[in-house]
Design a protein around this ligand. Structure first.
Ligand code: ADP
Length: 463
């Protein structure tokens, strides 16, 4: 028969003084407070004494676990003892209220999360679009609207295939990819801009696909920078080679000009070491330029043989550094390519594995044939590569800056060369690495389809 009023701290408008008084009383309690008859000299706040004098009153905290999330108060017209069954009815009602409050909070949190996510997606300069399992457009951000020349309300729900104009994007969207992998490719538009596009499949725990995410980034400025680096390389590499040959020649002749002290011989050795390092750098630069210009000759290459060659060539070097080297070759790995370039790519990867793996480690060279590709990997148990650097190590001159590897010499060109070689062959390169655990570099090159009667031969290179 009482009047029940419940409220939470987040109520709207000016707080009612009566509510406030009840809140102050109920806030710290775990259990309800029942007053049979509010009398003048009670220890209740004046406003309650005034308003409810001579009546019964209940102040009931609404609890969610250990937390008080609201207060209800129950005022009766007459003084009365509230029976146990009435008390448990009130409790029941309030536990329902607690459930509603919990739901409202959850909803609020989900909405806030959604808004945050929306802000990130909407403000991204990268093009993002999502489609459902049937290939219909679910979402596109403002960058995607601009990129595709579409308006969200009209485009939503339409088949994505009908909305894309770039053949490369369509291909990327439709080609089969292994689960949990990002498939990516570069493409150019007639206006000269270059883009990098990636696709990721959204799957449920049981592997069912529920949609696809497509993202596109404008990499035109990076391409321009890359071209600048190439031009610079082209300009200086040849000019550096001849004075260096000259210096090397005369340093070699020093010994012929007269007897040398042991200290002089030691210095000459150091100078020759330096000259060798610069020579290697210049050779890398020249090679990089050649492969970027597309100089190479295609022939049938058996990658398993190439891998074995490199294995036997570099194993003594690895063993001298206290490293174990093993092979896991499954298949022949026939590709249509330039064997000298491919060999160079594998040597660079194994060289790195040797350089960046401390004594006692293992280097594995592997090959397998999968989905029309020959996949080669070089795995080490070395220092690993921080995630932020993994995306950049294939750039020219990029080296990871860490105290542990500061003493290791290199030009930062090795992986750029490997990447260029792989791309010349229409293949892909990627790395998986964990700091302190090791790294695995993968090369995937399209497998050659050759008639089974044709004996595979090593390709030759004409440079
Ligand atoms: P560098 O001449 O510096 O070795 P690379 O282009 O071959 O140049 O490699 C670029 C950078 O990538 C290296 O400086 C190194 O930090 C990192 N890196 C390459 N291979 C490995 C590896 N197997 N383990 C750890 N870090 C590596």
């Amino acid at each position: 028969e009482g009047a029940l009023r419940a409220f939470t701290a987040a109520g709207e408008g000016e707080p009612d003084p009566l509510d406030q008084a009840c809140w102050a009383l109920g806030w710290e309690r775990a259990e309800p407070l029942w007053v049979e008859r509010v009398s003048r000299p009670s220890n209740l706040p004046p406003i309650l004494r005034q308003e409810s004098r001579g009546r019964a009153l209940g102040i009931l905290p609404i609890r969610l676990g250990e937390e008080t999330v609201g207060i209800a108060w129950l005022a009766f017209a007459q003084p009365q003892r509230v029976s146990a069954s009435e008390q448990s009815l009130a409790r029941l009602i309030l536990s329902q209220a607690a459930v509603f409050i919990a739901r409202a909070r959850l909803y609020e949190a989900a909405m806030a999360e959604r808004e945050r996510l929306r802000a990130v997606l909407e403000s991204s300069p990268d093009v993002l679009l999502m489609m459902d399992a049937r290939g219909n457009l679910l979402y596109l951000n403002p960058a995607a609207e601009r990129f595709l020349g579409l308006e969200s309300p009209k485009a939503l729900g339409q088949p994505v295939v009908a909305l894309l104009r770039d053949a490369e994007l369509l291909e990327l969207l439709n080609e089969p990819i292994p689960p949990a992998q990002i498939q990516s490719r570069e493409f150019s538009r007639p206006d000269g801009r270059t883009f990098w596009a990636g696709r990721y499949d959204l799957r449920l725990g049981d592997g069912r696909e529920i949609g696809r995410l497509l993202f596109v980034r404008d990499i035109t400025p990076f391409k321009a920078l890359d071209r600048l680096k190439s031009d610079f390389i082209a300009a200086i590499s040849h000019d550096l080679r001849s004075p260096l040959t000259y210096v090397r020649g005369f340093v070699t002749m020093l010994g012929m000009a007269g007897p040398l002290t042991s200290r002089q011989r030691e210095y000459i050795e150091k100078i020759m070491g330096g000259i060798d390092q610069i020579t290697r750098l210049i050779e890398d630069l020249i090679d990089l330029k050649r492969i970027e210009e597309g100089i190479g000759q295609r022939g049938i290459c058996r990658m398993s043989d190439l891998l074995r060659d490199v294995f036997h060539e570099l194993r003594p070097h690895a063993m001298a550094r206290g490293l174990r080297m093993v092979m896991e070759v499954k298949g022949q790995g026939i590709v249509h390519g330039d064997s000298a370039w491919l060999r160079r790519a594998i040597v660079n990867l194994v060289d790195n594995a040797i350089k960046y793996t401390p004594e006692g480690g293992t280097i594995t060279l592997g090959l397998l044939e999968q989905g029309g590709e020959v996949v080669i990997w070089v795995r080490d148990t070395g220092v690993g590569i921080p995630p932020a650097d993994q995306a950049r190590i294939f750039e020219k001159f990029y080296r990871v800056r860490r105290k542990e590897t500061a003493h290791i010499k290199g030009s930062g060109l090795g992986l750029a060369l490997v990447k260029s070689i792989v791309e010349w062959h229409g293949g892909r390169i990627w790395v998986e690495s964990q700091l302190g655990q090791g790294s695995t570099f993968y090369l995937a090159i399209p497998a050659a389809s050759i008639p089974s009667s044709a004996p595979p031969a090593q390709g030759t290179r004409n440079r």
